[in-house]
Structures are given as structure tokens and as C-alpha cells.
Design a protein. Structure first.
Lengths: 278, 767, 166
């Protein structure tokens, strides 16, 4: 096995091209190292990108926030910018793994690993974030294609995650249901972002984790929320709809049935908590 | 020594001597130790829970450069040994324990050891494992103990019944008991496989010393396994030496042989030192688990809550090998009726082989399982009869002088009423409910034995000596698994010999050099080795005071040892330095040391199936009280308050005693809420600590502990053992609290959020 | 036999620069324990589930088992032994001992590292903040209470020392 520690993105891309998928990128190592230990991956080379310092940033622009791929989950959790504008992302980051893991795990790594329960993916879906690679810009709801599978090609790397700052009176909420209060893989996680207007909301976006082969959006449920008064009937209808939109499976952490039900419960709670009822 | 004399250091929360070295990272745990020229050992394990081994081809592995040994069953001098149980006494009794080092013609559980390798590096050892080709023919297996009891079930061990043993407890006439009852509550309770999950995985280093002695430095609760290790090598017992390290957590999981025999074989065959350390995944895969039980309980009571009858049928899953299953079941049998006065009792217990991971000792040893059942039953009765949970227990609690259903009379203080009062006082008024959350409170009492079963004729030995300069040495085979086993002995000696703790050094856990003290199990060490050490120290004290009396011309009865001096307690002001007395004794050829042998009560079992009479030296009684907030929609449980009240007899070191209660409370909380070793058709589906969920710091309440010191234990200074008792009644206290919160009971552990949501729904549907 | 390519690691451990030959996939935990003699860093699970291997890497508390050795090249690592010694104990070590926060001791090294990282950043942690800071460190013996008490006391001690210095 060989090891490389490129200093620039260019160097990295050259290495990736040379090794044609037989090399593994390592940033925080919090997924790659356990995968190697379990022999799930057997790379012939490790390309350590943790020294690409210029890929670690949180930049606030007038209308957008741009996050470098190597920003750690700790940095996301503690960032004043993230906490202020998009607390669903800092909250999700704060509940990923545990503090030791958060100090190393990167946002790009979390997305590239593409667990159906990926913690940062859930709010990013609600934020309609885009993933900027060295080749293209991909909306995050097209980024995941299966459990631990993304659209990333073998010579492609995540450079940045971008999303617009929510405007016009945004309401948002995040909830992670796990079997313990730290070091828990989500049983169900939900993030919701609603941009409010006088009567109800003019835009709603819902991200969910651990209820489908990938982190998902709940498009139909979102549509139901637009342009109407948020009454308890509407909330009930949405929670019923989301139960139909999710495709959970049964595993050691929970049954599909329970997950379906929890998606409803959590959505209801988040809407109620964040939105006034009439 | 005058009993009314105030104790100088017993009862003081002094820091443990081993705590300092652990705080500085100086303790050499088993895997921290290395010897030049050391090989790395690894174990090849079965891929199937039940299969025939057609062939094993080790040729490629053996040829790999750097591989020094590849061993299979044929290379083990005595691959199978049969124990008739008890490390100290041979018994008959209708059941035997087969210990098989390496799988021979068949594999019986997934993870069973099939081959061993030793190589120059870890890399080479791993590759060597990959090069071993085992040809398996999968066989049908049986994975449910109740299925395994059926006559047509596949036999786990060829030619042997899957039913290892059956016991019964009979008191009075059970039919009569139920006919007298106004209400009968009948339920089936289920508890799962659970892992000890000590932070330190199993490991050790072995070598052959210059005298040809196979020496094994290992993390273990039982150094006495040196005999079993010698047996499998066909060596005399004095050619095997076990050196026990400070153990990074045991809880019963390092009670049986783990890596020792593998290490012994590899060093024996290669002639070189070998290290073998399990990975966490390997530890979970192949070491013992707590017995799952199916418990059918039927309890009858009068309208006023007085119990009239208790009938229970217990079936435990022994997994693929017997190990300690019959003993665990025996404990359950004695504890099955709970700490209650019940005129008619019938308990039947079975322990059954399956092709699951083998089960053996785990903190509580059969007591937590039945406690969950009997305290849930009491909770149900309280609900049915609309009697306060405290009240219904108090009118039924056993008292000192009364007998268990087995006939054993409780000869020492029974602190059930006090601990129940204190625990529920600690609980206080119910916290106010918040949105979506229901608050519930529950209590549970337990009785757990300390000290081993009396027909094992348990003994312990301790050596105490005073050096010529007045410093003190203790040598005893005790193993310290984190409960302060070693430091408690130092405190006892400091008390008796009147020397500062810092003047005492203790050497533990070496079969060649320390008098054997017996296993660190069964909550027995403070009782057994504490007493042995007390006796040894008292003998030395007697010698010193007698000589001092001569020198000072004072009656030795008036003298005391305080702060490195002999003082006259009757105020003459005369004193003598300890060193002067020591020197005088040495000069006169008087022994400045003593090896004491302490014996637990010895009884002989005449009948093996019906359990009657005294089984244990004594019991520790206590009560847990819990308040929970249950989220009705998600089912998540938050433990808001957890109170642990126990009669510890005497807290030799309150920090240690409280530490056991706090730690035991969380160990029990995990059992109640989040821990389940999911084994499906013999395959473990929770293979690492990501899937097997221990409580984290963010899951725990601040446990409140209330100690009672009755002084009526059989340990030194009236101490009782508390390591295991601290666990047993936690899960049922939480279960009773959850039931109080949601109005419906769940009959199996752990109480996962999903089960709670389901139970709430089913209750609504019934309405 | 295939030779594994190794690289020279230069690493500062507890103030001392050391060198080791390491393979690409070797973890910092392995190198510290097996090649550099730092067995005070423990392996409890090897994959970040237990925190026993926590060390400070450039001041941040991380799992050494989830860090490649080479990712610590030319960096500063602090282990338990760099936090305090018998000659110069850290208040955390003293508090842990005095409170009975050490039973089997296997989680202690990682716990104290996580606690140190917390106190370096937050001199007045609440109990909740302490619980959160050690929520990546499992303990099977103590139930965490005495550990939290010890960290609380150590933070008070450190604040008093800081104030005395002023």
C-alpha cells in the first residue's frame, strides 16, 4: 500500500486519476479506517487530503453560505454563522457521533460515505444545498443514489457545499431519534425548513434520514404545506402523507413500521414547535 | 480489639493505591506488556453456528514465512476436559462441564475456536489465518432453548441431551397456595443475551521461564485456571504459572478461561513468548454472554396483598457449552421467589444447550433475571389489588430469622424495609410532566447472595508480614478487577497494624508466589480474602503486642498499634516504636508474618435436583427506586432519578462502596433500557459497540446512593458484598416506573422505545 | 513475501520529537502503543466507539484509532502522560483519584484527555457540558457520576489557581 499527502487540489486530482479508483481518499478517517479494519475496502493507496487546508472554510456571502468540503463536523457545530442562519445544520452536526469523532469527521466525508442515516445530509436536503465537485454542481437530492452510493465518479472529489441563506422569515427545526443520547446512528431524523408568508408558508422543504435507502426529501408532503393556513388538520394530513412517502426498512435499530410512524410523529412535532397554530 | 474502639481507617474514603498509577497511565494491563522475541497469536474461528468440519488444511499457512505454529485440535495434548464443577471441590451431580480447547469434528457455535497461529508480526498472523482452509458442512442447529428441550431437536453435543440439568424448589403445596389466593397474576417474562462489554478486551502474554514453567500473564478473574491449563497440556500443575494483571473490567466475562489455553499452547509449541489480544469484535463474538431466560411466573395473593403462592418455570439458554450454566440456574432457583415470605412455592428450572454463543457468569449470576420477573409480578399485584407498591412489599418481606423457600434461614440482618423506605424517600414527589411525556415512579427490591455456594467449600488465603523497618507486605492471590479488591485489603491491614496506608505494599494474583485466594467472582473477595487478611494481620498483631507487652511491662490487652507505635490505651503515656518491637521479635526468632486460611461455611449437598437448605453464606438486601419520563409518541425513556439503597454491612471504603452502587445502577440500567446482544439463528447481529449500546454519559441520571451499615455481614468488620447486588433490582425498578408512566406493562427486556410505543397502542386498542 | 511500503513519521509526543517507520494504513493508536512505547493510550474497540484511545492532536481531542499515524506527521500529540505525571500531577488526575472516579482504570486515560480538552476551552463547564464533553468515552464501571464530579472539581481548582496567579 502507498501513501500520498498532496498539498494542492491539483495534485490530488492527478493522483486520483493515476490510481483509477484503486486509491481511497482519506480526510477525517472516521469511515475509511473502520472500513479498512472490516476489510470492506482494500485500497492499494491512501490519498490523505487532510492537509488541503484551503478546502476547510465556512464563508458567508450576502445571499449564500459556502462550506469547504474538509470543514470538520465540530467546526460546523460551533460556527456562529451556521448557528445563526441555519441552526438545523449546526444541531445535526452537534449530534453526529461523539465529540472525538466530530473533531475529525468532515462534511464531505459524511456526504461521500452516503449512509442512509447521514447526519449532515438531512438538513442539507432541507436547505436544498448543492454539492460542488471538481467537475460539476449537483443538487444534493440528486447526489445520493443508494446505500453508501453517490454519483461521484472515481476521479471526482467534493470541494464545497453551497446553499442559499433562507430568506423571508424562515422557520426551521431538526430532530434526531436515536436509541441513546450520544454515539447513536439515527433511527429516524427529520429536518424542516419553512419560509413563511402571511398565510402559512410559501416554501417548505423536508429532509429525512434512516427512512429510505438514501437520505431523502419528502416532496409531496412539502407541497401540501405551501400556501395554506397551518392548521392542526393540515399538520395531521402532512404527517399521514409523510408516512407514505418514506420507504424505511427493518434493521436492528427499529422496524420499518416504527420508523414510518416516527417520521409522522417527528414531522408533526417539528411543524407544531416551529409554526404557530391558528 | 475492643469493638467499640473507633476505627482509624476502615470506613474512610481513602484513595486507592492503584488509582494513582491508573491516573498516571502507569498500570501495565495485559496488552501493555511485551517481551523481546514475542510472537503474535491469532485465532481462527468458526463461520457457522453448527457444522461438521470435513477437513482443515493448514499447509499453506504453515509454509508462510514468519509463521511459527499453526495448531488445530489434534495438536492439543488434551483437547477435552470434563469438569464436575467447583474450582475447589470435585462433585458429582448429574451434570458435567465439557471444556473443549479447539473444535474437533464439529463446530457448535459461531465464533468457536478452530485453529491457532503464532507468527512474527500481526500482519503475518492475519495472513496465516486467511491461508487456513476449513471445509465445513453446515448442519441444522437449534437456537431456541424451548425448542432444544424437545426430544426431536438436533443435539448440540453428540450423544448428550440438550437439557443440561433440572432443579426444583418445593415448599408447602402449590395447589393449596393458589386455592387460598384471592387474585392470581400469571405472566411470561423474557430477558436477552447481554455482553459484559468491559472496556479492556481479553488479552495476555505467555512465555516459558528458565525453569521450564509455562508462564501466562493475563487479564483474568481467576488465576486458579492454571490447573485446567496444565491439564490440557498434560503437565503437572506446578509447571504452569498464571500471573494476573489488573483487569480492565471483568463482570464475570473473564471468569472462565479465555485466552489462557491458547497462549499456553502457542508458547509450548513454539518455545517463544506469545501475545494474544482479542479485538472488540472478536471479544463480542466468542466470549460468554449473560443467560437469556424465559420465565413463566404465577403469583397468588390475598386481597390485602399477602402472598400465598408462587410458581415459576425457568428456562435458560446455555448456548453451545455448559460452562457455569448449572450454577447460574441454581442461583436463580434460590432467588426465584424473591425476598418474600411465601407459604407455598414451586420452582422448576432448566438450562438447555443451543447453538448460540455460550452463556456463563455475568454480574448477578442468575439473580437479575429472576429479579426482573418477581419484582414485575409484585408491581402487577400492586396494580391489580390497588395497593401501594411499598406497602405490598413490606407486608411480605422476609425478616431476619425467617427462611427462604429453600429453607435457608436468614441469619443476618435483612434491610429490606429500611432500604425501601430510604429509596422511596429519595425519590420524592413525582416530577411534573412536560409535553408528550408521562412521568412514572417504580421501586424494586432484591436479594443477592455474596460468597460462593457453600458446598464448594470455599477458602481464601492471605499472607501478611512486617519488614524489619516496619513497612508491611501483603501477598494474596486475589485478582483486582476494578472494585478495589486489593486496596480494601490494605485498609484492613492498616487498621489492624496501625500503619499508614502508604507503608503497605500488596502483591496479588500470582499462582507461584501468592497464597491462593480463590476467584474474584460471586462478590466473594471482600468477604473471603478480607477475612483471611484480617486473620493474618491479627496474628501478626498478637505477636507484636505480646512482645511489646513484655518490653513495656504492660498487659497486651491494654496496648494498641497506632501510627507506627505501640501505645497504652489506658493513659500511662508509655509507648514504643513499632520498629523497636519488630526488631525485638526478629531477634527472638518470632514470626513477623502469618498466612491465614479463611473458610466459608462448608456444607455437603446430598441431593442435586431439589434445592434445600443453606446454599449461600449470606445475602445483601437493597432497593432501587426510579423515576422516568416516557415520551408517549416516540417511546423514549429518560431516567430522571435513580436511587440505590443497600445494606453494605460495613463500608470498608465508602468511595468504593458507593462506586459499586453507582456503577451497578448504570450496569443494570443498560440491561433495562438499551442493551441486547441480538443473536439470530446463532449469528450475532450486534457485533461491535456501535450496535451493542452501552449507556453513555449523556444517558445517565445522577444516581443517588443511600448506604445502610447494619454491621451484620459475614465479611471483615461486618461487611457485606455489594458488587453484584448493586445490579439486580435496577431493571425491574425502571420497568415498574415505565409501567406507572404508561399504564401498561412490558414483559421483556430491554424496554426499547419501539416496544413502549407498541404497548401503548395495544393498550388503547383494548379500551 | 510482499513487503509493505513504510514511511518515516516524525511526531511530537508530550513535548518530545520521535520518529517511527509506519505503514500507510497504520493508525496513530497502533504506532503510539506498538512502536513508541505509549501504552497508556488504550485500545478498547479500534473503531471510535469507546474513546479509550483519545489523545490531543494539535490541541483537539480525537480517537487515535481513527487517525492514520501519517496524518499526525510533524504534529503535536498529547497523551495522559503529557497531561500530568507523579512529579507534577494535573488537577484532573488528583480529582479523579480523590473522588473514586477510577475503578478498573481502563477508560481513565481517554476520559482525562477529553476532560482536558474541555477545560482548555471552557473553564466553567456546567455538569451538562461535562457530560457532553465525555460523551465519546464509555465507562463500564463507575456509572460516570464520580467522573463528572471529579472534572467539576478540577475545573474549580484550575480556576482558583488561575486567579491566584493574577
Amino acid at each position: 500500500m502507498e501513501y500520498f499527502s498532496p498539498r494542492t487540489l491539483n495534485e490530488t486530482l492527478i493522483l486520483m486519476k493515476k490510481w483509477k479508483g484503486k486509491a481511497e481518499l482519506v480526510a477525517g478517517g472516521t469511515n475509511v479506517i473502520p472500513d479498512m479494519r472490516a476489510r470492506a475496502i482494500k485500497p492499494q493507496a491512501l490519498i490523505d487530503i487532510s492537509n488541503l487546508k484551503n478546502l476547510s472554510y465556512i464563508k458567508e456571502e450576502r445571499k449564500r453560505i459556502r462550506i469547504g468540503g474538509l470543514t470538520t463536523v465540530s467546526e460546523l457545530a460551533c460556527s456562529k454563522v451556521i448557528q445563526h442562519y441555519v441552526p438545523i445544520l449546526s444541531e445535526a452536526s452537534n449530534q453526529l457521533g461523539n465529540p472525538l469523532v466530530r473533531n475529525r469527521a468532515t462534511i464531505a466525508g459524511n456526504l461521500a460515505d452516503a449512509s442512509p442515516a447521514a447526519d449532515t445530509a438531512v438538513p442539507l436536503l432541507a436547505l436544498e444545498a448543492e454539492v460542488l465537485t471538481n467537475q460539476r454542481r449537483v443538487p444534493i437530492d440528486q447526489f445520493f443514489i443508494g446505500p453508501n452510493k453517490t454519483i461521484l465518479k472515481k476521479d471526482e472529489i467534493i470541494k464545497e457545499i453551497i446553499f442559499s441563506k433562507p430568506n423571508s422569515n424562515p422557520k426551521m427545526g431538526y430532530f434526531k431519534l436515536g436509541l441513546r443520547n450520544s454515539m447513536a446512528i439515527s433511527v429516524v431524523s427529520v429536518a424542516i425548513l419553512m419560509e413563511m408568508q402571511e398565510k402559512g408558508c410559501k416554501k417548505a422543504r423536508i429532509g429525512l434520514g434512516a427512512v429510505a435507502p438514501t437520505p431523502i426529501r419528502a416532496y409531496r408532503t412539502e407541497e401540501m404545506l405551501v400556501g395554506k393556513e397551518i392548521t392542526s388538520e393540515l399538520i395531521e394530513a402532512c404527517s399521514n402523507e409523510i408516512a407514505k412517502e418514506v420507504q424505511p426498512m427493518t434493521d436492528i435499530r427499529g422496524s420499518a413500521e416504527y420508523r414510518r410512524e416516527m417520521a409522522s410523529v417527528l414531522l408533526k412535532r417539528l411543524i407544531r414547535k416551529n409554526i404557530e397554530r391558528k | 480489639m475492643n469493638e467499640k474502639t473507633e476505627l482509624k481507617i476502615i470506613g474512610k474514603p481513602v484513595p486507592r493505591h492503584d488509582a494513582w498509577e491508573k491516573a498516571f497511565g502507569l498500570t501495565t494491563y495485559a496488552d501493555d506488556f511485551s517481551i523481546p522475541g514475542m510472537l503474535v497469536g491469532k485465532v481462527l474461528r468458526s463461520q457457522y453456528p453448527s457444522a461438521k468440519i470435513i477437513s482443515i488444511d493448514t499447509s499453506r499457512s504453515e509454509r508462510l514465512h514468519g509463521v511459527k505454529a499453526v495448531l488445530t485440535a489434534k495438536d492439543v495434548p488434551r483437547n477435552e476436559t470434563v469438569t464436575r464443577f467447583g474450582q475447589t471441590h470435585t462433585m458429582g451431580g448429574g451434570f458435567e462441564g465439557l471444556y473443549r480447547v479447539l473444535a474437533d469434528k464439529k463446530v457448535h457455535f459461531m465464533g468457536e475456536a478452530v485453529a491457532l497461529v503464532a507468527a512474527e508480526t500481526e500482519e503475518i498472523a492475519k495472513t496465516a489465518l486467511d491461508l487456513i482452509k476449513v471445509d465445513y458442512q453446515p448442519l441444522p442447529g437449534v437456537f431456541d432453548p424451548i425448542e432444544a428441550m424437545k426430544p426431536d431437536a438436533p443435539q448440540v453435543e453428540e450423544g448428550k441431551s440438550n437439557i443440561i440439568t433440572h432443579y426444583e424448589v418445593v415448599k408447602g403445596n402449590i395447589e393449596e397456595g393458589f386455592s387460598e389466593a384471592d387474585v392470581i397474576v400469571e405472566n411470561t417474562y423474557r430477558v436477552p443475551f447481554v455482553d459484559h462489554a468491559y472496556l479492556e478486551p481479553e488479552s495476555g502474554v505467555a512465555w516459558i521461564d528458565e525453569n521450564g514453567v509455562i508462564t501466562i500473564r493475563v487479564s483474568t478473574q481467576v488465576i486458579e485456571h492454571f490447573r485446567g491449563i496444565a491439564d490440557i497440556l498434560n503437565l503437572p500443575h506446578n509447571r504452569v504459572r498464571v500471573i494476573g494483571t489488573y483487569v480492565g473490567g471483568g463482570f464475570g466475562g473473564k471468569e472462565d478461561i479465555t485466552v489462557e489455553t491458547f497462549l499456553a499452547l502457542l508458547t509450548f509449541k513454539t518455545g517463544r513468548p506469545v501475545k494474544l489480544a482479542y479485538t472488540r469484535e472478536e471479544s463480542i463474538l466468542c466470549h460468554s454472554k449473560r443467560h437469556p431466560y424465559v420465565m413463566v411466573y404465577k403469583t397468588g395473593a390475598k386481597k390485602d396483598g399477602r402472598l400465598t403462592a408462587l410458581q415459576a418455570k425457568l428456562v435458560s439458554d446455555a448456548g453451545a457449552y455448559v460452562y457455569l450454566s448449572p450454577w447460574v440456574l441454581l442461583y436463580s432457583m434460590v432467588d426465584a421467589a424473591g425476598p418474600y415470605q411465601i407459604p407455598h412455592v414451586k420452582v422448576d428450572g432448566y438450562t438447555v444447550l443451543t447453538n448460540n454463543t455460550f452463556t456463563s457468569a455475568n454480574r448477578g449470576f442468575g439473580a437479575p433475571q429472576v429479579c426482573f420477573a418477581y419484582e414485575s409480578q409484585m408491581g402487577e399485584l400492586a396494580r391489580r389489588l390497588k395497593i401501594d407498591p411499598l406497602q405490598i412489599r413490606k407486608i411480605n418481606y422476609l425478616e431476619k430469622g425467617e427462611a427462604l423457600a429453600t429453607g435457608q434461614v436468614l441469619e443476618h440482618h435483612v434491610a429490606l424495609k429500611e432500604t425501601t423506605d430510604k429509596a422511596s424517600q429519595g425519590l420524592g414527589e413525582k416530577s411534573s410532566a412536560t409535553e408528550n411525556k408521562k412521568i412514572g415512579q417504580g421501586i424494586a427490591s432484591g436479594m443477592t447472595s455474596y460468597g460462593r455456594m457453600v458446598f464448594l467449600h470455599d477458602t481464601s488465603r492471605s499472607y501478611v508480614s512486617v519488614e524489619l523497618d516496619g513497612s508491611v507486605t501483603i501477598r494474596t492471590g486475589i485478582q483486582d478487577i476494578g472494585g478495589g479488591q486489593a486496596s480494601s485489603l490494605c485498609q484492613i491491614v492498616a487498621e489492624i497494624l496501625g500503619v499508614p496506608l502508604g507503608d503497605i505494599k500488596i502483591y496479588i494474583g500470582d499462582t507461584a508466589l501468592t497464597p491462593l485466594a480463590g476467584t474474584t467472582t460471586a462478590t466473594r473477595q471482600l468477604y473471603m480474602s478480607g477475612n483471611a487478611t484480617l486473620m493474618a494481620a491479627q496474628e501478626v498483631r498478637k505477636t507484636l503486642l505480646k512482645k511489646a507487652g513484655e518490653m513495656m511491662r504492660i498487659d497486651p490487652e491494654r496496648l494498641d498499634l497506632v501510627d507506627r507505635e505501640v501505645v497504652d490505651t489506658e493513659g500511662s503515656g508509655k509507648s514504643l516504636s513499632l520498629i523497636e518491637v519488630v526488631k525485638a521479635c526478629a531477634s527472638d526468632g518470632l514470626p513477623l508474618y502469618h498466612v491465614a486460611l479463611f473458610k466459608a461455611p462448608f456444607r455437603n449437598l446430598t441431593e442435586y435436583e431439589r434445592i434445600e437448605g443453606q446454599v449461600f453464606p449470606d445475602f445483601t438486601f437493597g432497593t432501587h427506586a426510579a423515576e422516568v419520563a416516557v415520551d408517549e409518541e416516540t417511546g423514549k425513556v429518560e431516567v430522571l432519578k435513580l436511587i440505590s439503597s443497600f445494606d453494605v454491612g460495613r463500608a470498608i471504603n465508602p468511595l468504593s462502596a458507593v462506586g459499586q452502587l453507582e456503577g451497578g445502577a448504570i450496569y443494570g440500567m443498560g440491561y433495562g433500557l438499551t442493551e441486547e446482544m441480538i443473536i439470530e439463528k446463532g449469528v450475532i447481529l450486534t457485533p461491535s459497540l456501535s450496535e451493542y449500546l452501552l449507556p453513555t454519559s449523556m444517558d445517565v441520571p445522577d444516581v443517588e446512593t443511600i448506604l445502610i451499615e447494619s454491621g451484620d455481614g459475614v465479611g471483615p468488620f461486618g461487611a457485606k458484598g455489594v458488587g453484584e447486588p448493586s445490579v439486580c433490582s435496577v431493571a425491574p425498578a425502571i420497568a415498574n416506573a415505565v409501567c406507572d408512566a404508561i399504564g401498561v406493562r412490558i414483559f421483556d427486556l430491554p424496554l426499547t422505545p419501539e416496544k413502549i410505543v407498541k404497548a401503548i397502542k395495544e393498550k388503547k386498542e383494548v379500551r | 513475501m510482499k513487503l509493505i511500503k513504510t514511511y518515516t513519521l516524525e511526531i511530537n509526543i508530550n513535548g518530545e520529537w520521535k520518529k517511527a517507520e509506519v505503514s500507510p494504513d497504520e493508525t496513530l493508536l497502533y504506532t503510539l502503543r506498538e512502536k513508541l512505547g505509549h501504552t497508556e493510550v488504550k485500545e478498547g474497540c479500534g473503531k471510535g466507539d469507546c474513546g479509550a484511545c483519545a489523545v490531543l492532536l494539535d490541541g483537539k481531542a480525537v480517537n487515535a484509532c481513527l487517525t492514520l499515524a501519517l496524518q499526525a506527521h510533524k504534529q503535536k500529540v498529547i497523551t495522559l502522560k503529557g497531561i500530568g505525571t507523579p512529579e507534577n500531577p494535573h488537577p484532573l488526575q488528583e480529582s479523579f483519584v480523590r473522588h473514586g472516579a477510577i475503578q478498573c482504570g481502563f477508560c481513565t486515560a481517554g476520559m482525562i484527555v477529553s476532560a482536558k480538552a474541555l477545560l482548555d476551552e471552557n473553564a466553567r463547564p456546567t455538569r451538562e457540558e461535562i457530560k457532553k464533553a465525555i460523551s465519546g468515552n464509555l465507562c463500564r464501571c463507575t456509572g460516570y457520576k464520580k467522573i463528572i464530579d471529579a472534572i467539576e472539581e478540577a475545573s474549580q481548582k484550575l480556576r482558583r489557581t488561575m486567579n491566584d496567579k493574577r
